[in-house]
Design a protein around this ligand. Structure first.
Ligand code: IMP
Length: 424
């Protein structure tokens, strides 16, 4: 495998962390291509739980090279906390983890802007994680950003910081009534970060392309999910990066021709955090059952996730857009105690049946899901590791997912640990 991309097929939180950790056994390099510390990838190894926000899940396997690609926005404070946390738990990070010098830095004013915008009644509330993601990508596109490599050119860094802070402070002051930045203080803090970061920074694009050339295998780890993609998701209720598999090319500096496999990760039901349309959301009753059974609380913010039935319209869209070659169906065991399980197979909009995602979020919020329903298996699949032991109703559910999404299910996850996995 030259490059295998792992991509979320819904609104994030599909359980990508566990799948990346599992698959990374066969990879030489594991590389994150977008997003920032808004992600929360949970991995359980030998009963120990790890929540990774920035560092690729491959770090938990010895001998892997892990890369934070140029498409990621890096919060140095969060990064250092994560490195220190893993080091304290016995992992050796130095020498195996690299950050692209082209990745953009999240600055204190980005977080202030994110939070001010979310708490203002004058701006559409997105329900962000408050980690400064949107404002950092905005500055990147506006060519006002500061990159990781700039940390090592202090004069240039300072002039960029002074320029950006003047602009942000003016806006924060006039629009949100907030105070200004302490430019000298930020400079001092970021120069201290530079000391901590210096041994991790590299031209990671060169590293990955050389590895591909040598026939090594690369796992490109996506964060969030297809429906949160800035272009292909439910805009404006999205994150600010390209979560889809295509984002791996620009976010790592690799050619499309190097990708030979896309593994789509999809939960056996659906969740969403934050605002925005969610056609199959279940309010109350079964929705709460799913939340409790699935532990559906944000790994980054602790917010309760909105829960609902599996949406095959979303799934098909994700298969098409990402070129999903096979699916990892996760958290199957969360459905164990439901007497009836529904799948949304189409939508109705203004009295017409549709099979695709409306381009507009307002239309998406008006659709009525068309459901088919099946009897649940009402028995324990949690912890199962063999397909043959699955109850028939669970097998039928998997078959129906494959039929509706037109892609094979190659992995079924039945619990948090590495062992609770069925390979088909
Ligand atoms: P932001 O990425 O913090 O700007 O948030 C934008 C939207 O993406 C919000 O609805 C967030 O809840 C959502 N989001 C961001 N990261 C994640 C994630 O890792 N999982 C699920 N939702 C996320």
């Amino acid at each position: 495998m030259p490059v295998k991309v792992i991509v979320g097929m819904q609104w994030g939180d599909e359980g990508k962390g566990k799948i990346v950790d599992m698959i990374s056994g066969e990879a030489n390099i594991v590389a994150r291509y977008q997003g920032g510390a808004n992600a929360g990838h949970t991995v359980v190894v030998k009963g120990e739980k790890y929540v990774l926000h920035l560092i690729p899940a491959g770090v938990l396997r010895p001998g892997k090279t892990c890369i934070i690609g140029n498409g990621v926005v890096l919060d140095p404070e969060a990064f250092i906390a994560e490195v220190d946390g893993l080091t304290a738990r016995g992992f050796t990070i130095e020498g195996s983890l690299f950050i692209s010098s082209r990745a953009h830095l999240i600055m204190p004013y980005h977080k202030r802007l994110d939070r001010a915008s979310e708490s203002s009644s004058a701006v559409t509330k997105i329900g962000t994680t408050g980690r400064g993601i949107g404002p950092t990508y905005s500055d990147k596109s506006a060519r006002l950003g500061i990159r990781v490599g700039d940390l090592f050119r202090p004069d240039y860094f300072k002039s960029r910081l002074a320029q950006a802070a003047r602009q942000k402070d003016s806006f924060l002051g006039s629009f949100y009534g907030e105070g200004g930045s302490d430019v000298d203080g930020v400079m001092e803090t970021y120069m201290a970060y530079a000391e901590r970061l210096k041994d991790f920074v590299a031209d990671t694009g060169v590293m990955i392309r050389a590895a591909i050339e040598e026939g090594k295998s690369v796992l490109a780890e996506g964060a969030q999910g297809t429906m949160l993609d800035i272009d292909q998701g439910t805009y404006p209720f999205v994150t600010s990066s390209h979560c889809v598999s295509g984002g791996a090319c620009a976010g790592l500096g690799i050619p499309p021709s190097s990708i030979n496999e896309v593994l789509g990760v999809m939960k056996a039901y659906t969740t969403r955090v934050g605002e925005g349309p969610f056609p199959t959301e279940i309010k109350g009753g079964d929705g709460e059952k799913l939340r409790e059974a699935g532990g559906e609380y944000g790994a980054t913010t602790g917010r309760p996730r909105r829960c609902g039935w599996l949406d095959a319209v979303v799934g098909r869209y994700a298969v098409e857009i990402n070129g999903v070659s096979s699916i990892a169906l996760t958290k199957m065991d969360v459905l164990d105690n439901l007497p009836e399980i529904k799948i949304c197979t189409a939508y109705e909009l203004d009295g017409k049946k549709i099979n695709s995602i409306p381009e507009d979020a307002t239309d998406m919020s008006r659709v009525t899901p068309v459901y088919e329903s099946a009897k649940g298996w009402m028995s324990r699949t949690a912890g199962m590791d063999s397909y043959s032991t699955l109850p028939d109703a669970a097998k039928r559910y998997i078959d129906r997912v494959e039929e509706l999404l037109k892609a094979p299910v190659s992995i079924v996850s039945t619990g948090e640990s590495r062992d609770s996995t069925i390979i088909r």
